[in-house]
Design a binder for this molecule. Structure first.
Ligand SMILES: [Zn+2]
Length: 90
């Protein structure tokens, strides 16, 4: 192998190494982005769950089961829930 060819081989190896490093960097950055998006989604889900719990869930005064606030009476025991809803709203 003459000197010029050896130099060319080293150059190509350096280029391949450089490209490999770029690929690794991009993969790491994509993974970081995925992790950030995942964390944001978890935060969002938790925040939405809080809102839903606050706004859409009341407890039957008689049987203590969770009810939709749209219900006028408990589907489990039949207790009218208007009074309980008023108490929760106060
Ligand atoms: Zn009930």
């Amino acid at each position: 192998m003459n000197a010029a060819l050896a130099a060319r081989v080293r150059q190509l190896q350096a280029e391949a190494e450089h490209r490999r490093a770029i690929r690794e960097f991009r993969a790491r950055r994509a993974a970081d982005e995925q992790a950030r998006i995942g964390a944001l989604l978890n935060e969002l889900i938790a925040a939405l769950a809080d809102v839903v719990d606050d706004g859409a869930c009341i407890t039957c005064i008689s049987c203590r089961r969770a009810l939709s606030p749209r219900r006028r009476s408990c589907p489990h025991c039949g207790t009218v829930v208007a009074a309980e809803r008023a108490r929760r709203a106060a």
